[in-house]
Design a protein around this ligand. Sequence first.
Ligand code: CO
Ligand code: ZN
Length: 330
Amino acid sequence: MKELIKQLVEAYGPSGHEGQVRALIEGIVRPLVDEVRVDALGNFIAHKKGAHGGKRVMLAAHMDEIGLVVTYVDEKGFLRFAAAGGVSALTLVGARVSFGNGVSGVVGWEKWLESQDRPAWEELFMDVGATSRQDCPVKVGDAACFVRPMADLGQRLVAKAMDDRIGCAVLIQALRELADAPNEVFAVFTTQEEVGTRGALVSAYGVEPDVALALDVTKTGDTPEARPMAVSLGQGPAVKVMDSGFIAHAGVKEWMISTAERLGIPYQREVLTGGSTDARAMQLVRGGVPAGCLSIPCRYVHTPSEMVDYGDVQNAVKLLVGLLSSPITL
Ligand code: CO
Ligand code: ZN
C-alpha cells in the first residue's frame, strides 16, 4: 500500500485544481467499481453496487490539498499569493512549490535571517525563475502546492498532502479488499474541502446517502508540549466523537466502535478542538444524514511534512472493510 500512498501524496491538487489527482484516482478506482461519474464541482463518485435493499453508504475522502494562489505578478516577474486553505506563513520561507503546468518555484522572504517574528503574508513572494512580467510562466489565479517527496521512515510515513490523500488511499485500499458487500457503496473523492467542505456538500446531496462517513486526518497530542489530546500515532485509527463543526451521530459512532471491538482492531476516541471535515457537510444536507468520521492520526497537519503511522493506516482499512461488509443497522 506504500506505493499507492506515495503516488497519491506526491500528486498535484490544490483546492479547485483537482483534475490531475482525480485522473490518477480514476485510473485506479474505475476497475474496482460498477459505475463512476464526476459532478459539477469535480467530485469523483464511484459506485459499487450491493445486495438488494442494502443501505446507501457514502464515504468521503478529499482529494484537494492546501495551496497558494497567485494574486499578482510584478514587473520583475516575482509573484504575490494568497492561501487556499489553512496555510501558515511559518511553513513557507524557503518552501518549494509546483504549479499544475509543471512550473516550480520557491517562496522568498528578505528578513529570514534577522527577524524573530513570523513573516507577514504581504512580505512573502514567489520566485519561479522569471525575469519580467512578460516571461512569467504562471498567471494570476494559478495555484501551487508544496513539493516534497514522501519519506518512508519504516513505521512512519511523512509527506505533504497526507491531509487527505491518506484518506483517499484508505478508501481505495478498502475498495480493493471489499468482496461483494450487502451495502450500496459510494466512494466519493471530494473537492474543495480545505476551503470549506464544498465538494462534500453537493456530492452528498446528489448521492442521497442513508449513512455517511468521512475519512480524514486528525491532530495528535503526542508531541513535546502538545496540548492534551487523547489521540496518538500508532494507537489505531480514531473514531471521531466531535470537532469544532461536527458532533457524530450516536448510532454511527456506536456502529464504528462495536465493529472495531468485534474485529479486535485498536481504535481511539477523538475530540478535536480545532478544525472539521467533510462529515460536517454530509451531515447537514437534505433532511440531515447520520454521519461519522474515521480519522487517521497525523502529526504536523498543514505543514509540508505531515506524519502518519503505517499501522494506523492499515487498521483504518481493516475497520472500513469491516464496517462495509455487514448489513448496517443504526
Ligand atoms: Co486539512
Ligand atoms: Zn483534511
